[in-house]
Design a binder for this molecule. Structure first.
Ligand code: PLP
Length: 367
């Protein structure tokens, strides 16, 4: 098997799988119970919150555990009060969990930013800023192309223009691929299964918790913002995954840049169109063959045990066309033949060669 779809999800690190058995037995107690093992479990859980806060250089009580980044985005967008200001500015290339959530809010007006460059600058946002704007949603790293937005700097300029405007950045594809700075950001989401942790746990950064009302009523866990018995195991695995990911990624960054350059050369020599802007993380690479529909290539590769995708796995059922490629005003032919390859620090040059050899064969047979 050759897995090249790490932006969709990660395998769980084997050390974490190994340790889970002990952790689940030792810390199975409900953290809200009053006896000693439960208090120890609660302390263990809170230590995971502190660890995540330390990675992000923020305070622990600004971190809320949720079940997914999708839930975190919904809590922000639906949990804010839009009385007085009821406009949200968002990028048309946001992940579906942000984009669809904004569209579903009937009390909100939205302004959608398109971008031919494939990423957003403050100048793209400025014309839409007025006294109605409550929230700007702008992701840090795009999941389909790897394009990066200088979100902390953009947020600084937004606040310089109007300090009442709140900024939410989806940072699900950022951790350890690009430095994360939250100085000017009000809300940010991170997801464990994108970095080798378990599914069912994510972290939400909230600068001011008083701005949100909970979507789930119940026992008042997570500072009253997200009721439900705490996912102690998930929080543990998320912290372990952050630690491992951070170390491996920094050590392998140059190697991944080399692999990305190699893919760019392979595409240029075949006259394929490269959709990932230069300003992208090297881990995510999007291109179009112009020769065969994406699905035919993906199926052909899958028959050979090679797994890639043509965009966001989460949107493959709900949205028929890539929003980022559409917002870049690319031709339908480019959009319909696009392929996303996403890498892991362990990906080798031989893997890239194997992928392109298989692609050449499929295009030769079906093209
Ligand atoms: N945001 C981005 C950029 C993503 O890539 C994903 C997952 O595909 C999500 C949000 C949703 O994350 P989760 O699976 O934790 O809901």
């Amino acid at each position: 098997m050759l897995y090249l779809d790490y932006a969709a999800t990660y395998p769980v690190y084997s050390d974490i799988v190994h340790n889970l058995h002990d952790i689940v037995n030792k810390y199975f107690f409900n953290p809200s119970s009053l006896y000693e093992p439960a208090i120890i479990t609660k302390r263990f859980y809170e230590n995971q919150r502190i660890a995540i806060a330390n990675y992000l250089n923020v305070k622990a009580d600004n971190i809320i555990f949720t079940s997914s980044a999708t839930e975190g985005a919904n809590l922000i967008i639906r949990g804010l009060n839009y009385k007085g200001r009821n406009k949200i500015i968002l990028w048309g290339a946001e992940h579906a969990c942000v984009y669809q959530c904004v569209l579903s809010c009937s009390d909100v007006k939205s302004a959608t930013l398109e971008s031919y460059k494939g990423y957003i600058t403050y100048e793209d946002i400025k014309p839409y800023i007025d006294r109605d704007v409550k929230l700007v949603c702008l992701m840090h790293v795009n999941n389909e192309t790897g394009a990066t937005n200088d979100i902390n700097e953009i947020a600084r300029k937004i606040k310089e223009c109007d300090k009442e405007i709140l900024v939410f950045s989806d940072m699900v594809q950022s951790f350890a691929k690009i430095p994360v700075k939250l100085d000017n950001i009000d809300f940010a989401t991170f997801s464990a299964h994108k970095i080798g942790g378990l599914r069912g746990i994510a972290a939400l950064y909230v600068r001011n918790k008083n701005l949100l009302k909970p979507l789930i009523a119940g026992g008042g866990q997570e500072f009253g913002l997200r009721s439900g018995t705490e996912n102690v195991l998930g929080a543990y695995a998320m912290v372990e995954a952050m630690e491992k990911t951070k170390n491996i990624y920094y050590a392998k960054h140059k190697h991944i840049i080399d692999l990305n350059n190699c893919m760019r050369n392979m595409c240029n020599s075949r006259n394929y169109i490269i959709n990932s802007p230069e300003k992208s993380v090297p881990y995510i690479f999007n291109f179009s063959t112009l020769k065969l529909p994406s699905e035919v290539v993906i199926n052909g590769l899958s028959e050979r045990g090679i797994y890639v995708s043509n965009g966001s796995a989460c949107s493959s059922k709900s949205e028929s066309k890539s929003r980022i490629l559409t917002s870049m005003a690319l031709d339908d032919e480019v959009i319909n033949t696009s392929i996303r390859v996403s890498l892991h620090p362990s990906t080798k040059l031989d893997d890239i060669n194997e992928f392109f050899n298989a692609l050449d064969e499929i295009i030769y047979i079906y093209g």
